[in-house]
Structures are given as structure tokens and as C-alpha cells.
Design a protein around this ligand. Structure first.
Ligand code: FMN
Ligand code: 7N5
Length: 347
């Protein structure tokens, strides 16, 4: 396996069709899902030469945490559906790679077991209609050593995924559960994730009242929302369309990024996800102003192929590709990447 697409192809043969479809699929006609990867075809790089790139430094600092490379693991549900190693395996790989795991609220292993790997992790939260339960959960993940809360805001209702409807995939198979939704923690029955269409900006005041963790908003696409997040003192945002699984026809993260970065300036770090499969995709996002990127499905494919080792391989492939792309673009560190390196074609 020499690239992330190779890993994805290998994973397809290893998963039950309905599970593969849950991971791979998107909302409705999957236009946005396709657009997420296609979008990168419209960006071309304009490399610089003779800049002395004998030593490349891929490290970045996000929310005060130093990462060995500007690639985080996006929160994705149900890792034990991909491999028995589950989220603990993904955590081991993230720790080995020196990056942050954003643990999904729909994880199939308890946050305490994930934390025991020594990984630096953030926790992705869907604020639940039951605020008392949400508060218990936030306290639980904070006690486990979580470094930030990633509040997903693109899901007032759940996207309609026809593959799952066709396959009748509505719930986890017996033996697997959302372990962090057990209430009381650890022992009770797992709660079902509830969607909260009434959620509005006031939720930030409530969250600030119950936790001192940094707050990251995930699922921002409109520059006006990015500005609002900055004004509200949010610590970072992730420009994302949820991997094409929520609003079909939504703009892609990479296309939305420049206007968002332009609107917020350096008031807060801007991360981006969606369709990142190559080192050059990472480089493009960084050059357009992202502080870091996150990858979702490639991690699931690595996990499906070889558990923790597969995830490690995915991360190392991306690191190696980014390192080579930076050298070929004449950049010896992430801060040397700017929008002058990127040209948009076909527009
Ligand atoms: C199978 C799957 C499950 C996901 N589960 C979550 C989740 O629980 N919470 C969340 O905020 N985003 C979730 N996402 C969205 C990812 O965090 C991320 O935005 C997206 O996968 C990035 O696109 P990529 O898969 O093309 O890298 C999920 C995505 C996939 C593919
Ligand atoms: C029921 C878990 C929802 C996870 C999610 O956000 C997604 O599948 O996109």
C-alpha cells in the first residue's frame, strides 16, 4: 500500500457491505461527498525553487499543543465496527504519530481506555437535549484528560443516508455500543444520541458555565458564522461539511476555507476537513490558511485493514507525502506556506 487510496481499496474487501457503506457513504445524492475529493483537482501548486529545504519541520502548535505534523484524526463513529482494536487502536496510532485524536461521542470504547494509551485527545460532543446528561459526560471526559471539546454544530437534524436505509443499517450490532453514553457512566445502559434542532449560540454560554476546556466548533462553512465564533471567544473552528454526510450540496471545506480565513484573520485557528487524501491536499489547505487538517475515512480504512498498525501506516503515508510536497514546493516549515503557492483552475 503506497497511498491512502490503496488503503481504501484494501479496506473495501475486508468489511461487511453494510458497514463499508456506513463508513463510505454520504447524504442524499452524495454530491458533496464526491465534491470533497474532486475539489482538490481544481487546485494547482506553484512551487518555489532553490530555497534550501534540507531540513523540513512539519510541526505545528494548535491550542497550545505541539503536533508532529499538521494532521489530526477527525471524529468518526464506531471504530470497533472497522476492527476489534477500535478507538484504542486508533489512539495508539495517533500517539505513535505524535498527533491528536478527536474521539467521537459515538465511540465504541470508553474514554478512560482511550486515555490510558497516553494519546492526546479531544472529545467530540453533540450537545444533548438532556443537558444534565451532557454535563455529566463533559465532566467525565474532562476527568479522563480530554484537551478540548469539539462541539459539532452541523447536525441540528441527522442527514439522510440512503445507503444505510437500503441496507437496514440503523444500529450497532449486538456486542457493540456507544460506551461513553452509558448512564450512569460505565455501568448503565447506553443512551441513544439525540439531535437538538433548537440549539443556538447561547449554548456556548452554557458550556462555558460547566467547563474550562477549550471549545472548538466543528462544521462551520459560512464566514459570518466563523466571525460569530471568534466574537464569542470560541477557541478554534473546523471548517467542515461532515464528510458529505449532513447537508448534501454543501460547499466543500477546501473551497469554503479562504473566505473563512479572510473573515477571522488570526483571531482563532481554523482547521479544515473533508476529502484530504494526499500530502498535496494537506499542503493546499495549509497554504490557504488552515492551521491544520483532519482526516476521517482514511483512518477507518487503515483500521479495517490492519488495526492500529493500519492507522499508523495511513498517518505515516500522509506525513511522508506532505514532507515531500513541502520540499518540492520549497517550504522547509509550515509557516513558509502561503496562498501564493496555490492556483485555482477551471473557475
Ligand atoms: C463513518 C463516519 C462517522 C463520522 N462520525 C462523526 C461523529 O461522530 N461526529 C462528528 O462530528 N463527525 C463525524 N464524522 C465526520 C468526520 O468528523 C469528518 O468531518 C469527515 O469524515 C471528514 O471527511 P473525510 O472522511 O473525507 O476525511 C464522521 C464521518 C464518517 C465518515
Ligand atoms: C450515530 C452516530 C453519528 C455519527 C456521525 O456523526 C456520522 O455518522 O456522521
Amino acid at each position: 500500500m503506497f497511498s491512502l487510496p490503496d488503503v481504501a481499496a484494501a479496506a473495501a474487501g475486508r468489511l461487511a457491505a453494510a458497514h463499508y457503506d456506513f463508513f463510505a457513504g454520504g447524504a442524499d445524492d452524495e454530491r458533496t461527498l464526491r465534491a470533497n475529493t474532486d475539489a482538490f483537482d481544481r487546485y494547482r501548486l506553484r512551487p518555489r525553487v532553490l530555497r534550501g529545504v534540507g531540513e523540513r519541520d512539519l510541526t505545528v502548535t494548535v491550542l497550545g499543543q505541539s503536533l508532529s505534523m499538521p494532521v489530526l484524526i477527525a471524529p468518526t463513529a464506531f471504530h470497533r465496527l472497522a476492527h476489534p482494536d477500535g478507538e484504542v487502536g486508533t489512539a495508539r496510532a495517533a500517539a505513535a504519530a505524535g498527533t491528536v485524536l478527536v474521539l467521537s461521542m459515538a465511540a465504541t470504547q470508553p474514554v478512560e481506555q482511550v486515555a490510558a494509551t497516553g494519546v492526546r485527545f479531544w472529545f467530540q460532543l453533540y450537545v444533548q437535549p438532556d443537558r444534565a446528561f451532557t454535563e455529566r459526560l463533559v465532566r467525565r471526559v474532562a476527568a479522563a484528560g480530554c484537551g478540548a471539546l469539539v462541539v459539532t454544530v452541523d447536525s441540528p437534524v441527522f442527514g439522510r443516508r440512503r445507503r444505510d436505509l437500503r441496507n437496514g443499517f440503523l444500529d450497532l450490532p449486538a456486542g457493540l455500543a456507544c460506551e461513553n453514553l452509558r448512564d450512569p457512566a460505565g455501568s448503565g445502559p447506553p443512551r441513544a444520541i439525540g439531535w437538538e434542532p433548537g440549539l443556538n449560540w447561547d449554548v456556548l454560554d452554557w458550556l462555558r458555565g460547566i467547563t474550562s476546556l477549550p471549545i472548538v466548533l466543528k462544521g462551520i462553512l459560512h464566514p459570518a458564522d466563523a466571525v460569530r465564533a471568534a466574537e464569542r471567544g470560541v477557541d478554534a473552528i473546523i471548517v467542515s461539511n461532515h464528510g458529505g454526510r449532513q447537508l448534501d450540496a454543501a460547499v466543500t471545506g477546501i473551497d469554503a476555507l479562504p473566505a473563512v480565513v479572510d473573515a477571522v484573520g488570526d483571531r482563532l485557528p481554523v482547521l479544515v476537513d473533508g476529502g484530504i487524501r494526499r500530502g498535496t491536499d494537506v499542503l493546499t489547505a495549509l497554504a490557504l490558511g488552515a492551521s491544520a487538517v483532519a482526516v476521517g475515512r482514511p483512518v477507518l480504512w487503515g483500521l479495517a485493514v490492519a488495526g492500529a498498525d493500519g492507522v499508523r501506516q495511513v498517518l505515516e503515508l500522509l506525513r511522508d507525502e506532505l514532507d515531500r510536497a513541502m520540499a518540492l514546493c520549497g517550504a522547509d516549515r509550515v509557516a513558509a506556506l502561503g496562498p501564493d503557492l496555490v492556483e485555482t483552475v477551471g473557475r
